[in-house]
Design a protein around this ligand. Structure first.
Ligand SMILES: Nc1c(NC[C@H](O)[C@H](O)[C@H](O)CO)[nH]c(=O)[nH]c1=O
Ligand SMILES: CC(=O)[C@@H](O)COP(=O)(O)O
Length: 154
C-alpha cells in the first residue's frame, strides 16, 4: 500500500490572511463573502481571518507578499476579478496577478492560493461569484484549508 499524504478539511485553529482587490467590487465582495463562509464552515474562527484590500488584481501579489511576511498566517488566499475589456489590458493585469501569486506561492513556506477570476464577460464573473457555477472564493478557501493541513504533514 502506498503512503498517501492528503490534507483534511478541518480548519480549527488555522489563521488566514485574505487579500482582495476592490476593482469589480460587486464580484470580489461576493468572492470574499464566499471565502469567509468557506473558512468558518470548516472550523476557522472569524477573529482568525484578516482581510487586506488592494486597488486591483495587479496589486494582489504585492499585498499577498506582505501578508506572508507577517509570519502570522497558516495560509494566504488571493481574491480578485479581472474582466476582459476592449484592449489587451486584460492580458497584462491577469498575467501579472497569476505570475506574481504563483511566484510567491513557490517561495513561501505557507500555501498561497489563487482565487482570481479571469473572465471574458461580466456574466461569467457573476456566475462564478455565487450565482450559477458556485463561488470561487468559497472553493479557494476550502482548498487553502486542505493545503495547510497537507503542509503540516510534510
Ligand atoms: N481592469 C481590471 C483591473 N485593472 C486595474 C489594475 O489591477 C491596477 O489596479 C491598476 O493598473 C493600477 O496598478 N484590475 C482588476 O482587478 N480587474 C480588472 O478587470
Ligand atoms: C481587464 C481590464 O483591464 C479591463 O477592465 C480594461 O478594459 P479596456 O481594455 O476596455 O480598457
Amino acid at each position: 500500500m502506498p503512503n498517501v499524504l492528503e490534507g483534511n478539511l478541518n480548519g480549527a485553529g488555522h489563521k488566514y490572511g485574505i487579500v482582495v482587490s476592490r476593482f469589480n467590487d460587486f464580484i470580489t465582495g461576493r468572492l470574499m463573502d464566499g471565502a469567509v463562509d468557506g473558512l468558518v464552515r470548516h472550523g476557522v474562527q472569524d477573529g482568525d481571518i484578516d482581510v487586506l484590500r488592494v486597488p486591483g488584481a495587479f496589486e494582489i501579489p504585492m499585498g499577498a507578499r506582505k501578508l506572508v511576511a507577517r509570519n502570522k498566517y497558516d495560509g494566504v488566499i488571493c481574491l480578485g476579478a479581472v474582466i476582459r475589456g476592449a484592449t489587451p489590458h486584460f492580458d497584462f493585469v491577469a498575467g501579472e496577478a497569476s505570475k506574481g501569486v504563483g511566484a510567491l506561492a513557490m517561495e513561501a513556506d505557507i500555501p498561497v492560493l489563487f482565487g482570481v477570476l479571469t473572465t471574458n464577460t461580466i456574466e461569467q464573473a457573476v456566475e462564478r461569484a455565487g450565482v450559477k457555477s458556485g463561488n470561487k472564493g468559497w472553493e479557494t478557501a476550502v482548498a487553502a484549508i486542505e493545503m495547510v493541513n497537507l503542509y503540516r504533514q510534510l
